[in-house]
Design a protein around this ligand. Structure first.
Ligand code: TXA
Ligand code: MG
Length: 325
């Protein structure tokens, strides 16, 4: 795998050559690293699924570099979608819209909808701009594993599986985009992410009701996801830590030493944004230690804390599903 400095024009040039040849390229975004391919080339997109071992029923997000491109790929863009796009793009908001036929089935897993976002990371924008075509990209991790927030994570996770990686530094949000769809009753949040429910609700009505029609079906919303290889247990207090042969993912600086052999603190002062930025990288490091279990302290479920807890719950579910509990 060639690892290149994404801020250099020659690296973007090289990446575009790979994309044009139907290859995949890993690139930085402000949320997490993505694994991109030409969104309009089904053979190229198939290579994403191959490199990640991702099941084909899990649709991809189409990344664009100009707001106007939504009209190229989506039909009937509701006014609330336009409003959110005006406010939050470029940035970590993904909108689900009715798709146009030009988007290949493999991108949307056959759904009548397409998920789109315009990232704000300068390397991502330059890449898409220079390519002049949309780039389909999931997070650049093997399926079910945690999302990479550093170029080094991608290099380790997808070693030997992809030809090129653009290094654009650490992802500033550290957690994936917020995914929304537009329903009769308001905006429905499919995945909590880097833009909080509170921020969205300043501009649109949020609904908890999800219409059960084909438009909002989301086969990718699996009950387990984002999971470390080691079992993970969410705890309220350090008293629940039963073994020193463990890793402890603390939300804030603990009041007393933990018995866990390894510990990461998401934010000394308990700041949720800082915690989100450190979330995946801390969990990835703790998972690499030779331990039996990861204990994760719960975080307050407000703002971006909801996104953190959504990921922790899915990470903890994997084990119970595997063990049939
Ligand atoms: O921040 C992000 O969103 C990152 C960066 C790389 O942009 N991407 C990302 O992609 O997290 P991925 O594939 O790991 O997660 C995208 C999720 C999937 O779980 C999928 O189910 C959902 O988006 N999705 C994609 N298209 C959809 C659609 N048409 N309807 C419902 N859900 C969709
Ligand atoms: Mg992902």
């Amino acid at each position: 795998m060639e690892i290149a400095n994404g801020f250099e024009a020659s690296s973007i040039e090289k990446a575009i050559q790979f994309l044009a040849a139907g290859e995949v390229v890993a690139f930085p975004t402000e949320t997490v690293y993505g694994l991109g391919a030409d969104a309009l080339n089904p053979y190229a997109v198939a290579k994403i699924f191959e490199a990640k071992n991702r099941p084909h029923f899990d649709p991809l997000i189409v990344h664009i570099s100009e707001k106007d491109w939504v009209f190229r790929y989506a039909e009937h863009v509701p006014s609330s979608a336009l409003k959110l796009v005006e406010i939050f793009w470029p940035g970590p908001l993904t909108v689900i819209l009715q798709r146009k036929a030009i988007i290949p089935d493999i991108v949307t897993a056959g759904l009548p909808t397409v998920a789109m976002r315009m990232p704000s990371h300068v390397v991502a924008l330059q890449l898409i701009n220079a390519f002049r075509k949309p780039i389909a990209a999931p997070s650049a991790n093997p399926f079910g594993y945690m999302s990479p927030t550093k170029a080094g994570h991608v290099a380790r996770m997808l070693k030997g599986r992809i030809p090129m990686l653009l290094d654009g530094g650490d992802s500033v949000f550290g957690i994936e985009s917020t995914i929304v769809s537009f329903q009769e009753g308001g905006v429905y949040i499919h995945r909590h992410g880097a833009i909080s429910e509170e921020e969205l609700s300043e501009h649109v009505e949020i609904t908890a009701d999800r219409e059960q029609d084909a438009l909002c079906r989301s086969p990718g919303e699996l009950p387990y996801h984002y999971a470390p290889a080691k079992p993970l247990k969410i705890i309220h207090s350090m008293d629940e830590i039963k073994t020193d042969n463990s890793s402890f993912l603390a939300f804030r600086a603990p009041e007393r030493p933990s018995i866990s052999r390894h510990m990461k603190i998401l934010s000394e002062a308990g700041d949720l944004k800082e915690a989100a930025a450190n979330f995946f990288s801390s969990l990835i490091e703790l998972d690499r230690e030779d331990i039996d279990i990861i204990y994760a302290e719960r975080v307050p479920e407000v703002g971006i804390g909801r996104a953190i807890m959504e990921r922790l719950r899915k990470a903890s579910k994997k084990r119970s599903l595997l063990h049939g509990r």
